[in-house]
Design a binder for this molecule. Structure first.
Ligand code: ADP
Length: 255
């Protein structure tokens, strides 16, 4: 039960009664738990068929390409791209349920920070013909952290930079060491984020408002998951931005 007490005052300012309310929260907690469990099961169940469809699409593309039908092959290749999107959305939902149930696991390994960033930038550069991603990697750091999870954060920040700067064609990626911290940042020249929203973008489901929701697809989970990952690795994550001029997302890991 959730108890609340509220004193009632008379004209002299003396307490003449105490209002006492009790609310049964067991049911609410139970419902929330059921919802979380459902989300976990649903995203897990969605993952299996999508993975299988993806495998078939890739085989199909190879067969069609070997037969020389470029037009059909490019249609299947577009299917494959959308399947990637679906896989990543389902992955985000799964991660959220893992975070909420405290079951997100971290396997730290030693890895070359700059090299990892360079590889990921190269991968993501292939997904955009409009943007040129400039790199200036100077951390020279070997990091001890979960490489996959840190990579996930970098990909999240890079894909947001691309997604929210459709009118720009430049993105800058940097790494360096400052005050015993290894820092990554990605700067875009897109729509930017207002001061009020900057505090909120790392919240679960938060998306900067209104009609923009239809222009830029997403669930509002990427930055929340990224923040949880960086927190778990003992680091910090933040954004600097001026609306209309672009945004710079940072994360810092302890040396
Ligand atoms: P999603 O992109 O799926 O909505 P995120 O959690 O990655 O979810 O981001 C939350 C919100 O923060 C986005 O909806 C967008 O409004 C804002 N945002 C994130 N990255 C940028 C960026 N580089 N420029 C402008 N706005 C951004």
């Amino acid at each position: 039960f959730n108890f609340t007490y509220k004193p009632l005052f008379n004209a002299e300012g003396e307490v003449y009664a105490i209002l006492h309310a009790a609310m049964d929260v067991t049911k609410q907690v139970q419902l929330q738990k059921q919802k979380d469990e459902f989300l976990g099961i649903a995203s897990h169940e969605l993952k299996t068929p999508v993975t299988s469809i993806k495998a078939y699409a890739q085989v199909l593309e190879r067969i069609i390409r070997s037969e020389g039908d470029e037009k059909k092959a490019s249609m299947v290749s577009k299917m494959d791209l959308q399947l990637n999107r679906l896989t990543s959305l389902i992955g985000d939902l799964l991660d959220v349920t893992k975070i909420q149930s405290g079951k997100m696991t971290f396997n730290p390994v030693k890895f070359d920070f700059d090299l990892t960033i360079a590889d990921l930038v190269e991968d993501i550069q292939h997904t955009t013909s409009k943007h040129t991603i400039d790199i200036d990697l100077q951390s020279n750091a070997i990091v001890f952290a979960d490489k996959e999870r840190i990579g996930q954060v970098i990909i999240n920040l890079l894909s947001n930079a691309i997604k929210y700067s459709t009118d720009a064609n430049r993105i800058d990626v940097k790494s360096y060491v400052q005050d015993s911290e290894i820092i990554f940042n990605v700067r875009d020249y897109g729509i930017g984020i207002s001061k009020e929203s900057q505090r909120l973008v790392f919240d679960q489901f938060y998306r900067v408002g209104g009609s923009m929701q239809h222009t830029y697809p997403g669930l509002g989970l990427g930055l929340y998951i990224s923040a949880e990952i960086i927190k778990n690795e003992g680091g910090r994550i933040w954004v600097e931005s001026e609306e209309g001029k672009g945004a710079t997302f940072y994360f810092a890991l302890k040396m």
